[in-house]
Design a protein around this ligand. Structure first.
Ligand code: GLN
Length: 483
């Protein structure tokens, strides 16, 4: 097998046994990037020189260190701060922003001797579902270059699917890890809100944002989660709860596990082949001993509306900091206000502006009660839907997305259509619970389909255990996109 095809665990085994060196591995990854990146365009920045240097260091430390990611290239979404490496958020406003510090997740990856091959493309400030809202051009879906890779972590998902890295980090505010993972046929995990520090993740909607792994298989997801999870004094919303060993639960059987199947997720409008693949996947879980139980999450239909009020409100506040004074771009003006206006006019793209306007409107004094407060109340109802469901089931299984990857340009003119592509992932962020997307089939057009498994707060173990059992009983994750 070509080295670039390896996942984390396989690469680690090969390095430990002396079969390959970290330098062999990073060279294989950059050769692959040189071959396919022109087509896929996963990366905004490549850190070739530093990566080679890190690989040489890893090679020297090989015998001694027992670091979980020694010599393993992990790509990072470009809204996660990396010291001395530009972090653009795919925005003109941060085009030249070089963070003076590492985010907490990057510090933890460094402690485990990972290698950064580069920073990946995203929708500007993680706002979008197709990676088309990037100031630096769109990323292509490795399974069909005319189609989108999903978003907003489309660069990370495409880089993993195109084998331009062993694994990647993404961020998920309303589906941005799981939806692109589903579109690209890889594994994407959004952990419980609070499981992972957001320190150094450029804020979009702070009460939703979570960082998580995008990987070639479930075990690699657990390995990365082990590294990046845990309380952090620099993020007051990170939870001070024990972090279990996520790898140790893999392989436990799922006999008697109750799998909730919410009727609101199997509705008209869902692509026929997606629906069929997911139902087949639930049967597979049943054949492994799980017990499907029909459940209802009655407020599902309000999730997209509530999310787009709350997330835009938080975004309008978070993005106030880009004023031409503190970070990045400044366009000079006649006076201070003129400078602010010109900088933001020039620096932000259309979708970001739309959201700032929407959010500012919802938060304005005359409309606050009708929109923002109402949406918060709906959020509570959605959270309660999950709490109630989890009184009777252990996990919930749904499609990750209503359709497979759509064509580039298909939804750019109609923001509402674009927003609806997150219809099955958004409730999970509103409730703050963990969710994973694993490959569960392909359409007749050879496009990947994702199965979403959702768990209780801080019960990533059940999610991972179920996903692993399913993956080990199927072959979908072994298919590779031809490039
Ligand atoms: N697509 C959703 C949005 O545009 C979710 C994005 C995300 O999870 N970052 O807001």
């Amino acid at each position: 097998m070509e080295l670039y095809n390896l996942g984390i665990e396989e690469a680690r085994t090969a390095i430990d046994s002396g079969e390959i060196s970290p330098v062999d591995l990073i060279n294989a990854v950059f050769d692959r990037i040189d071959t396919v990146e022109e087509k896929v365009r996963s990366y905004i920045t490549l850190t070739r020189g530093a990566a080679l240097e890190q690989a040489r260091l890893a090679e020297e430390n090989r015998s001694g260190a027992k670091h979980a990611l020694l010599g393993i290239p992990v790509a990072v979404k470009d809204n996660i701060c990396t010291e001395s490496v530009t972090t653009t958020c795919s925005s003109k406003i941060l085009k030249n922003f070089i963070p003076p510090y590492d985010s907490t997740v990057i510090q933890r990856l460094k402690q485990q001797s990972y290698i950064l091959p580069g920073k990946t493309n995203l929708d500007e400030f993680a706002m979008g579902s197709s990676t088309e809202n990037s100031a630096f051009g769109r990323t292509r879906n490795p399974w069909d270059l005319e189609r989108v890779p999903g978003g907003s972590s489309g660069g990370s998902a495409a880089a993993v699917a195109a084998n331009e890295c062993m694994a990647a980090l993404g961020s998920d505010t309303g589906g941005s890890i799981r939806q692109p993972a589903a579109f690209c046929g890889v594994v994407g995990m959004k952990p419980t809100y609070g499981r992972i520090s957001r320190y150094g993740l450029v804020a979009f909607a702070s009460s939703f944002d979570q960082i998580g792994p995008i990987t070639k298989n479930v075990k690699d997801s657990a390995i990365l989660l082990n590294v990046i999870s845990g309380h952090d004094i620099y993020d007051s919303t990170s939870a001070d709860v024990a972090v279990p060993d996520f790898v140790s639960v893999l392989g436990r059987d799922i006999k008697g596990l109750k799998v909730g199947v919410p009727k609101e997720y199997f509705i008209e409008g869902v692509d026929r082949e997606v629906d069929a693949s997911v139902k087949e996947a639930i049967k597979k879980l049943e054949s492994l001993g799980a017990i499907p139980v029909e459940i209802s999450l009655p407020h599902t239909e309000y999730a997209v509306a509530a999310y787009y009020i709350l997330a835009t409100s938080e975004a309008s506040s978070n993005l106030a900091r880009y004023d031409g004074v503190r970070y990045g771009l400044r366009v000079t003006g006649d006076d201070l206000v003129d400078m602010y206006m010109k900088t933001r006019e020039e620096g932000f793209g259309a979708e970001v502006k739309r959201r700032i306007i929407l959010g500012t409107y919802s938060l304005s004094s005359g409309y606050y009660d009708a929109y923002y407060r109402k949406a918060q109340q709906v959020r509570t109802l959605i959270k309660q839907d999950f709490e109630k469901a989890f009184e009777t089931v252990d996990v919930i299984a749904t499609p990750t997305t209503p359709t497979p990857a759509f064509n580039a340009g298909e939804k750019t003119e109609d923001p509402l259509q674009m927003y609806l592509s997150d219809i099955f992932t958004i409730s999970v962020n509103l409730a703050g619970v963990p969710g994973i997307s694993v490959p569960c089939g392909f359409t007749s057009g050879n496009l990947p389909v994702g199965l979403q498994i959702i768990g209780k707060h801080f019960d990533e173990e059940s999610v991972l255990k179920t996903a692993y059992a399913y993956e080990q009983a199927t072959e979908w994750h072994k298919r590779k996109a031809e490039l």
